[in-house]
Design a protein around this ligand. Structure first.
Ligand SMILES: *Cc1c(COP(=O)(O)O)cnc(C)c1O
Length: 437
């Protein structure tokens, strides 16, 4: 039988295409996705379906290849499917996939987090960043006996009820930074201020300082694109919290173990009371963590009155993956490598956009290109970006095999698998694309 005959009579259905999967997904999954930004609403068009991801490359089910700058939204700091992580997960799975009983990996992970992030004296694992943040907020309220919390416009902390107020990321991409389904009485306990505006925060503290349980922020906000804290700003927040007995929570779900082994708090020299982690520590498996001062963490059950739990928390596969990834990052000094790759990218993109009304912002391996004049220092600035121009740029890049996050309001990520040669090639393509704006 010829190949042609064989395929004509084959009982195997044709391999599904992205388009056919998308149509099926739209029938059975709300909006076709399990997390909103994946639906390409911010840029238009249909998402592709991944077949496999390796290093800095993604191959879709239609056989197209992309250089990936999303890195599963941050976790893939060594690139996709690094051998050390595959080995750790495979080996660990042979001993069981979940116990609900203490296991040694939990102790190892806790010790490594506490060593790498000095403000963390005790830590508890969760299954997502959202869960970590939700628990940290409850703990802050329980430990202080206060109810009000303060967050910043454009900062995203997962889909926690109290924090989906003027949130970034997917909520912002869809133009709904305030979610339906959140009781007004709960939202009323969240006060929101503009980032990089210490006077605004001072005003909140002088009005209701005694009611504030905690101030939570992304020390480097990366869910409305990417902007940096101005000199003295984080110190100012730290001082206000200490002066008023409010706890300072750094949400380092994205920046933790990415910008530096000790996160943004290490880079800026600030000691928060509590820190939330996720993404990189899971090595691509579902993980979150929250930790901080021992006296506060000891308020958690079973020691204290603040209840928090999880059937799969401290899951051996997730912890094995995370530990393997962190160990490899230390072995290869991945953070220094990422800084040099980031600097290379910055130099070439800044060259490409000079004399254009575009702004490129970067720290370490995180970056964002805004389609407006800079500087971008807060959400209001970020919203000046021409999102229609961003959508055209996104699709032009995608057509050339470059995958950026499908939203202006997300950061881009480099991994140690993006070689200098790859970035050089990408810079040439991007220069041509940018030349059209
Ligand atoms: C991604 C993210 C979260 C939420 O983590 P999930 O694992 O998606 O629940 C929280 N905070 C920040 C800063 C994040 O970037």
């Amino acid at each position: 039988m010829s190949d042609l005959q064989r395929s004509a009579f084959s009982l195997q259905p044709a391999a599904p295409t992205s388009h056919s999967l998308w149509n099926r997904a739209l029938h059975r999954i709300p909006g076709g996705v399990n997390s909103p930004v994946r639906a390409f609403r911010g840029v238009g068009g249909e998402p592709f379906f991944v077949n496999k991801a390796q290093g800095c490359t993604i191959t879709d089910v239609d056989g197209r290849e992309y250089i990936d700058f999303v890195g599963t939204w941050g976790p893939a700091i060594l690139g996709h499917a690094p051998q050390v992580v595959i080995d750790a997960v495979t080996e660990t799975a042979k001993y069981g996939t979940s116990f609900g009983i203490p296991n040694a990996l939990e102790v190892k992970m806790a010790e490594i987090i506490c060593r790498m992030v000095p403000s963390v004296e005790k830590v508890r694992m969760t299954n997502s960043g959202t869960e970590a943040v939700m628990s940290a907020i409850r703990l802050a309220r329980g430990a202080t006996g206060r109810e009000r919390i303060v967050k910043f416009e454009g900062c995203y902390h997962g889909h926690v009820d109290s924090l989906l107020v003027k949130a970034g990321s997917g909520a912002l991409t869809l133009g709904q930074p305030d979610s339906a389904g959140i009781p007004a009485s709960l939202a009323a306990l969240t006060t929101t201020v503009s980032f990089n505006d210490l006077e605004a925060l001072k005003a909140v503290f002088s009005e209701s300082g005694q009611e504030i349980a905690c101030v939570i922020l992304e020390p480097v906000p990366a869910n409305a694109g990417l902007y940096l804290p101005e000199p003295g700003y984080l110190e100012g927040i730290r001082r206000l919290c200490s002066d008023h007995g409010a706890l300072l929570i750094f949400d380092e779900v994205m920046t933790g173990f990415r910008l530096d082994p000790g996160g943004a708090q290490e880079i800026y020299g600030i000691t928060p009371d509590l820190t939330t982690l996720g993404k990189v520590i899971g090595g691509g498996l579902p993980v979150g963590a929250f930790g901080g001062r021992a006296d506060i963490m000891d308020q958690l059950a079973p020691l204290g009155p603040v209840y928090q739990a999880g059937t799969l928390s401290g899951n051996p596969l997730a912890l094995a993956a995370g530990l393997a990834q962190l160990k490899e990052m230390e072995r290869i000094n991945g953070w220094a490598l990422l800084e040099s790759l980031g600097a290379q990218m910055e130099e070439s993109i800044k060259d490409a956009i000079k004399e254009k009304p575009l702004t490129f912002q970067r720290i370490g391996s995180m970056f964002c290109l805004y389609f407006c004049e800079g500087p971008i220092r807060n959400l209001e600035d970020a919203k000046r970006s021409d999102t229609a121009a961003f959508a055209r740029y996104f699709h032009a890049a995608l057509a050339q095999g470059i995958y950026f996050a499908p939203s202006q309001y997300e950061a881009g990520f480099l991994s140690t698998a993006h070689t200098s040669e790859t970035l050089e090639r990408i810079a040439q393509i991007m220069t041509q694309i940018i030349a059209k704006y």
